[in-house]
Design a protein around this ligand. Structure first.
Ligand code: AMP
Length: 539
């Protein structure tokens, strides 16, 4: 090696919070509390409390490498966990608050979480399983709900622990290859898969988000992450916003269209990020009760396809620029962004909306290819469809504790996304289909396979297939096609049966009763035919 190389400075998350303390100590982080009032503090306060949290974790016996879970809305405490847990060398594991109790227990046990930080209003969801969790030693509650008793023996109070903790602290994350975060994503099989991020991958992802070609927030921005912090690290915005010292507005549990509209207006939000369902709801809210949302420079949308009509409507009715992005938990999550480029400058409005409705170009740092069923690479001609495979600085190489997983990772180092796409000669991607058997409703996954397995176990059901059908409000909703054993099936009874295991939003909105479910040549349920018949109305 030649002498005189650059300094080997580790890519670790303490860098971000240290930088914010030095450069933008007084910039605000505001949170809408459950009672509707605002909590406000500064990056200097965040830095201090992150260090206190390091001491709290040490006092709880958390060691480097331990998993520490969060079960929370978007708020300043969750931001503290985003930094404090990894900077103490531990792994912040963000739990999805919409999962059923059995799903939560399976994930917490699989991750072997040692401590869980729980938002007060969400405690009733954890309480019934708390004593059955295999590895959890402490449950730490914050935003306590006044007057609500809880007799869990291992319950502690966050603010009591913080009050007793010093803010003198040595970071415990010197190695950039240490695990930093863990996020589970639903798969086709029963058990969701964990994606484990390192400090290095998350720092590179944050730099990736900060590129102008990606979302590119600056100090002047006011960032509102509506996308939950438990969904793919809130798309990296909390880390990116902190690094540049942007103002942050956290919505807490107030995710309904009316409070979001009020928040955008009163806080002069410039970048807001959420799934299409959220922006659809906000659009209708603004049509019925106008607010001034002209401060927005980027209404970021991803997680599901954003309908072209809604992109157009936002721009035409409110002059708001919609930025459509594609990502996956496995990509930390940013993969592609559909911002206009020089090649589009002569397009008329309609042409520009066509481009903005695509999933866009891959951001620098993410490498992509499309392949056919046999794995042969396909051309980027804007017509040929194939499975999208990606690799890059913040793309997973395997799932947590699942080695040799050739179903999801190729032998030559690419991640198989399960999205079927075409890419044009200029690198703009359009998603056309999914190979994964999943329904995405309001940005949340519903496993069709899990629903089918449960339905088939019902005494009246012979065969069951669940497919996604387009839905104006939720993007997709599950539809169940049932071949009954003999006689009929009662949809209400089947839904009551499913409710024993799954959250309410998983229940199919529609049941179709058939004599037999169509099969493919190899005898599998022909979901493609079912989709054509019921989702696209073609047959
Ligand atoms: P998740 O890991 O839960 O974020 O889900 C990732 C998956 O969501 C992708 O593989 C896509 O199937 C879907 N997805 C994400 N963003 C988009 C988008 N902009 N358009 C269409 N589908 C999307």
């Amino acid at each position: 090696m030649l002498a005189g190389l650059m300094m080997d400075y580790p890519l670790t998350l303490n860098t971000i919070v240290e930088h914010a303390r030095r450069m933008t100590p007084r910039k605000p982080i505001k949170t809408k509390l459950p009672d509707g009032s605002w909590h406000e503090y500064s990056y200097a306060d965040l830095h201090r409390r992150v260090r206190q949290l390091g001491n709290v974790l040490a006092a709880l016996g958390v060691e480097p490498g331990d998993r520490v879970a969060t079960f929370a809305w978007n708020n300043y405490q969750h931001l503290e966990f985003y930094f404090g847990i990894p900077c103490a060398g531990a792994v912040v594991h963000t739990l999805n608050v919409r999962l059923s109790q059995e799903q939560l227990k399976a994930i917490i046990d699989h991750a072997e979480d040692k401590v869980i930080f729980v938002d007060g209003s969400l405690l009733p969801l954890i309480e019934p399983i708390a004593e059955r969790l295999e590895t959890v030693e402490h449950i730490v509650i914050f935003n306590d709900v006044a007057g609500r008793d809880c007799d869990l023996p291992n319950l502690l109070h966050y603010e009591d622990l913080m009050a007793a903790a010093s803010d003198e602290y040595e970071w415990r994350c010197a190695d950039e290859n240490m695990a930093q975060g863990l996020c589970y994503t639903s798969g086709t099989t029963g058990m969701p898969k964990g994606v484990l991020y390192s400090h290095r991958s998350m720092m590179l992802h944050t730099l990736g988000v900060l590129q102008a070609a990606a979302l590119g927030p600056t100090e002047a921005d006011v960032v509102l992450p509506v996308v939950p912090q438990f969904h793919a690290m809130a798309w990296g915005l909390p880390y990116a916003a902190t690094w540049v010292g942007a103002s942050i507005v956290m919505p807490g549990p107030h995710l309904q269209p009316a409070p979001l509209a009020d928040m955008i207006e009163s806080e002069r939000v410039t970048i807001a990020a959420g799934v299409p369902t959220i922006w659809n709801g906000l659009y209708h809210e603004l049509r019925s009760k106008p607010r001034d949302i002209s401060s927005i420079t980027q209404l970021v949308v991803g997680g599901s396809a954003m309908p072209r009509g809604l992109i157009e409507a936002y721009e035409r009715d409110f002059g708001v620029n919609v930025v459509h992005a594609w990502g996956m938990t496995e990509l930390s999550p940013i993969g592609s962004v559909a911002k206009l480029q020089t090649q589009h400058q002569d397009l008329d409005e309609g042409g520009r909306w066509d481009i903005k409705a695509k999933q866009g170009y891959f951001v620098p740092g993410v490498d992509a290819r499309i392949v056919d069923d046999a794995g042969a690479e396909l051309p980027w001609d804007g017509e040929t469809m194939g499975e999208l495979q990606v690799r890059g600085y913040w793309v997973a190489g395997q799932y947590y504790q699942r080695e040799n997983d050739h179903e999801h990772f190729t032998a030559d180092g690419w991640f198989r996304t399960g999205d079927v796409v075409m890419i044009d000669a200029n690198g703009f991607m359009t998603i056309t289909d999914r190979t994964k058997d999943l329904v995405k409703s309001g940005g949340e996954w519903i496993s069709s396979v899990d629903l089918e397995n449960m339905l088939i176990s019902h005494a009246d059901v012979l065969e069951a297939a669940v497919i996604a059908v387009p839905d104006e409000r939720w993007g997709e909703r599950p539809l169940a096609v049932i071949a009954p054993l003999d006689g009929g099936c009662d949809a209400a009874a089947l839904n009551a049966y499913l409710l024993e295991r799954f959250p309410k939003f998983w229940l199919p909105d529609r049941y179709v009763i058939v004599d037999e479910i169509p099969k493919t040549g190899v005898g599998k349920m022909d979901k493609k035919a079912l989709r054509q018949r019921y989702a696209e109305g073609k047959l």
